[in-house]
Design a protein. Structure first.
Length: 287
């Protein structure tokens, strides 16, 4: 291996900028950098997010709830441009002290509830509306297993594989090998489980599927890091078939279009305040 080595100093110091796509937003300290309130729209649920895999989990869930007729799941989705540092505003930090999208504020009662961490948001919404969460205790436990699996595993994909393979300013074999191994191992875990059942936790479509799809569905559908060929994703046939099935759900199509910064109107909307905002993107796509 020819990678240059680095001897860490006794005490690490922050040298800005350190290169890479996220150099301008990465900081070793938490908290707000500027005073700015979050906007509030007309619906009880206010989402502050971006159309990344973690953000899309929540918009898919909200669209699925609306598709099942839950009018109380109507929401305003505001764009948090993480490249511009919107996650460090005082308003966003009050909603999520961890400064990461997605963050949800439920204003349906006198005391607004803040909900952060995408897994926590999915569980909150599933419990609030009594959907996509098995009631049988054993099935619920299995669903939780996979929900927590996703929350613990995906950072190896995003912060590990994706970072070193696609985003790092220089490519090094050591981290790429390490995280490719883990990405493939995780896809194999899912592939084997999905060989035995239609959905990841059993016979029912649950929030575990909703959490896993944007990450691992994105990988096998070739949408992430331009890495489909590198990871030979076609080998994970059960995972691919499951991803194609989820991808075709109308609520998934809609949820994937929210909080997208794009010139192409058929690809999505930066903000969503009404069902009609997304209807317009679907109409445009059909033209
Ligand atoms: N564990 C968190 C992770 C959220 C996360 O990593 N969000 C990223 C975008 S996908 C973010 O906001 N990054 C901004 C930053 O790191 O400053 C969750 O699932 O909600």
């Amino acid at each position: 291996m020819s990678d240059a080595t680095y001897t860490p100093p006794k005490v690490w110091t922050w040298e800005q900028p350190n290169g890479g796509q996220f150099a301008s937003i990465n900081r070793p300290i938490s908290g707000a950098t500027h005073d700015k309130d979050l906007p509030v729209g007309k619906h009880p649920l206010q989402l502050y997010s971006l159309g990344t895999p973690n953000g899309v989990k929540v918009t898919i869930m909200l669209e699925e709830l609306l598709a099942r007729g839950h009018k109380g799941a109507e929401y305003d989705a505001w764009l948090i441009n993480i490249g511009e540092g919107d996650q460090f505003s005082s308003g966003f930090v009050a909603a999520n002290p961890n400064s990461k999208i997605p963050a949800l504020v439920d204003r349906s009662s006198d005391k607004p509830a803040r909900v952060f961490e995408s897994g926590s948001i999915l569980l909150y919404l599933a419990e609030k509306f009594g959907e996509f969460l098995p009631t049988d205790p054993a099935a619920r436990t299995e669903m939780m297993n996979w929900l927590f699996w996703q929350m613990g595993s995906a950072p190896y994909i995003g912060g590990g594989f994706g970072h070193f393979y696609a985003y790092a300013p220089e490519k090094y074999q050591y981290p790429i090998d390490r995280f490719t191994m883990e990405a493939k191992r995780q896809m194999d875990v899912l592939d084997k489980a999905l060989g035995e059942r239609p959905y990841i936790a059993g016979d029912e479509y649950t929030i575990a599927d909703i959490a896993i799809f944007p990450w691992y569905g994105g990988l096998v559908l070739g949408r992430a890091y331009n890495a489909g060929e590198f990871l030979t994703v076609h080998e994970y046939r059960n995972l691919l078939a499951w991803a194609q099935k989820i991808d075709a759900r109308p609520a998934v199509v809609r949820g994937r279009k929210v909080n997208r910064v794009t010139e192409d109107k058929s690809e999505g909307v930066a903000e969503r305040h009404d069902a009609a905002d997304l209807d317009a993107t679907i109409d445009t796509a059909a033209e």
